[in-house]
Design a protein around this ligand. Structure first.
Ligand code: GLU
Length: 340
């Protein structure tokens, strides 16, 4: 009797392995009895179970890193998340990582990881605008598409990505632009990294600035990152907020300036005093789009300021914190805003 040999042709191809790191957010949130809801209630296993078919895209290794609303995201969780993500990426059997995250500060975490991770493998952040218990919850499809993206070789070498509402965004470009709508994420300056519709992927041009493998901005092994505050400018602004931030110990200030990163005269005087005292002052814009250039309506060279280029204030803060951990020199910090 001849034993039946498994035919090569009938062997299903091995599925790629994707690590899924959970941090909380609305994607894991539950509605209360009234209008409200709480973030980060459901386990990552139950989120995966709610995305039928995801198991046919990849073998998933699910890990809990945190269970928070992303308004509580900060350096402590970022450090843990960066370490866990890098460890997963360094496993030769893992082809990519998905991170579930609240949408409020997703762009900050994505940009932070974009600068400190060292990998060419896909890293995809995903969230949802509607809680897992809501009518037409967007989390399951977003998670399904995020896993498809992380498992796809075309997503490699693009830095950290954000997947939501059938769109694939670059970490540097994406911003949350709406409080409630599922199409909240926009990449205003340079467009999308790609599209993903029920796991069918289309990739466009690559990222334009340094990230992951080409980033030189490592997370210092010890100590806290230098304190950087964001200050929102407005008509009639005085100097008080700037002076207070410096007195409180800020090593850097990101001004969410009006228009092209502008400030009124009193705030300029306060910021110039801060810059002379060694505090890095970055001019970004509260407009949500456009480039802040040097020496347009303000003499940055004389005042000792740094222009944020295209980074919005919250991302400029991330770059400045990491930059200040490496250098205090104004010219070198300015160069970072042109390169990252
Ligand atoms: N505040 C929540 C968070 O960022 C809600 C936003 C969301 O996840 O959609 O975690």
């Amino acid at each position: 009797m001849v034993a039946a040999m498994p035919s090569r042709r009938t062997q299903p191809p091995a599925l790629p392995r994707v690590a899924v790191l959970a941090t909380g957010g609305t994607i894991a949130g539950a509605q209360g009895r009234g209008r409200g809801y709480r973030s980060g209630i459901f386990s990552i296993e139950s989120l995966i179970a709610a995305a039928p078919g995801v198991e046919s895209l990849a073998r998933l290794d699910a890990v809990h890193v945190a269970s928070i609303g992303s308004q509580d995201m900060g350096e402590r969780v970022w450090r843990a998340l960066a370490a866990r993500t890098q460890a997963a990426l360094d496993d030769p059997g893992v082809c990519g990582v998905v991170i579930t995250h609240g949408t409020d500060t997703m762009e900050e975490t994505a940009y932070f990881l974009n600068l400190v991770l060292r990998t060419s493998k896909p890293v995809v952040l995903v969230g949802a605008m509607r809680p897992a218990t809501a009518m037409s919850a967007d989390g399951p499809m977003n998670l399904y598409n995020a896993v498809a993206t992380a498992a796809h070789p075309g997503a490699a070498g693009r830095g950290v990505l954000v997947v939501a509402n059938d769109e694939i965004h670059f970490a540097r470009e994406v911003a949350k632009t709406n409080t409630t709508q599922v199409g909240t994420f926009k990449s205003t300056h340079r467009g999308l990294a790609g599209l993903v519709s029920a796991a069918r992927l289309h990739f466009y041009a690559g990222p334009v600035r340094r990230n992951t493998l080409s980033s030189a901005l490592a997370l210092p092994a010890r100590g806290k990152l230098p304190r950087v505050e964001v200050i929102y400018a407005y008509a009639g602004m005085g100097r008080g907020l700037v002076d207070d931030a410096v007195r409180a110990g800020a090593r850097g200030l990101v001004m969410a300036g009006v228009g092209n990163g502008n400030l009124g005269a009193a705030a300029i005087r306060a910021a110039a005093t801060a810059a002379r005292a060694g505090v890095a002052v970055v001019r970004s814009s509260r407009t949500g789009g456009g480039i802040v250039e040097r020496n347009i309506e303000m003499d940055d060279d004389r005042l000792g300021f740094i222009a944020a280029d295209e980074l919005n204030p919250q991302k400029a803060r991330i770059l400045l914190m990491l930059g200040l951990a490496h250098t205090r020199e104004t010219g070198a910090l300015q160069q970072l805003f042109y390169e990252y």
